[in-house]
Write a protein that binds this ligand. Structure first.
Ligand code: MN
Length: 308
């Protein structure tokens, strides 16, 4: 079910340094509840019917960047208690529907445990299997998606793809959906109508950049009545200049500092039950800027979560 994909080692030779490579430990389904948060790699990118593949290399790149990142946050202290389940093994060459079902069989077992799953995608079609088990486990569930795209498109040739996961979840009964980072001129009118019809809270990148805390307040307000919240971090929420290493990079996006504050504040919510990073494509990257920026985003989320 899992392949162990990475041996965590800290590159620093200074004995005073503590990096994620020093603290992340391999674990399995039976042992994962010894940790507060557990990494789950998902090296899959075959849902790029629209867009370029390459996100299958995201989990490895995220682990490598994170292991050399120091654990200390000035206000929250050091991040600790992180396990790594390894990667969910799935062969290539199947339909996206089959892939989502196969991932779902594993994510159901991960969500059945107490530790917070931290999914390292992979393309954004994985948000469906990563969130779907929560709909059965809680009375009401909301998603806050940091993304330039809304991902509520219709199927193509009967298949889901990277642009469909939140429509799939809404149709399965997702109670609340908020998007932070939507781009002007990035979405077609029929999809805007769909968002309006389903009461989705859309916070543009411009609004988020203008007032980060107000944007977080709006996203939280949209989650007012839900019992469980999943946060999805599609790295293309970042501006093209900060994040060229992603399939569908969009201009007019957020800076790294803005995304870090949003992630950290959202993670402090007591109802957080899952987190995922998506669409990191190292082959498209320039000087590892997207990889390093995204890994630091993971650190901020973990820090916020552990400060609750
Ligand atoms: Mn996106």
């Amino acid at each position: 079910m899992f392949t162990s994909s990475h041996t965590w080692t800290a590159p620093s030779t200074d004995p005073n340094d503590e990096q994620f490579g020093d603290i992340v430990e391999p674990t399995d389904l039976d042992g994962m509840d010894e940790y507060e948060c557990v990494i789950v790699g998902e090296p899959y990118d075959e849902a790029h019917i629209v867009g370029r593949p390459g996100a299958r290399r995201g989990p490895k790149a995220l682990r490598e960047a994170l292991e050399g990142t120091k654990t200390h946050h000035f206000e929250n202290g050091p991040v600790e208690s992180i396990g790594d389940l390894g990667d969910i093994a799935y062969p290539m060459g199947h339909t996206v529907l089959d892939a989502q079902s196969a991932f779902l069989e594993v994510t159901e077992r991960v969500h059945a445990r107490e530790a917070l799953p931290v999914f390292f995608g992979g393309d954004h079609s994985l948000a469906y299997p990563n969130v779907r088990p929560l709909l059965d486990r809680y009375d009401s569930v909301g998603v806050i998606n940091l993304d330039s795209h809304s991902d509520v498109r219709t199927f193509i040739d009967g298949q889901p793809h990277t642009g469909t996961p939140f429509r799939q979840l809404i149709e399965d009964g997702l109670d609340a959906y908020a998007q932070i980072g939507a781009r002007q001129f990035g979405l077609s009118s029929p999809y805007v109508e769909y968002l309006d019809e389903h009461g989705v809270e859309v916070i543009t990148a411009e609004e988020a950049s203008f007032d980060i805390d107000e944007s977080v307040r709006r996203a939280r307000a949209a989650m007012d009545d839900v019992e469980a919240i999943y946060v999805s971090f599609d790295v293309d929420v970042l501006d093209t200049s900060t994040a060229p290493g992603t399939s569908s990079s969009e201009p007019g996006g957020l800076r790294s500092l803005e995304v870090y504050r949003i992630l950290r504040l959202l993670a402090e919510d007591q109802r957080i039950t899952g987190f995922g990073v998506y669409e990191l494509s190292p082959m498209l990257d320039s000087n590892d800027v997207t990889v390093n920026t995204s890994a630091r985003g993971v650190a901020h989320f973990l820090s916020g979560y552990q400060s609750r």
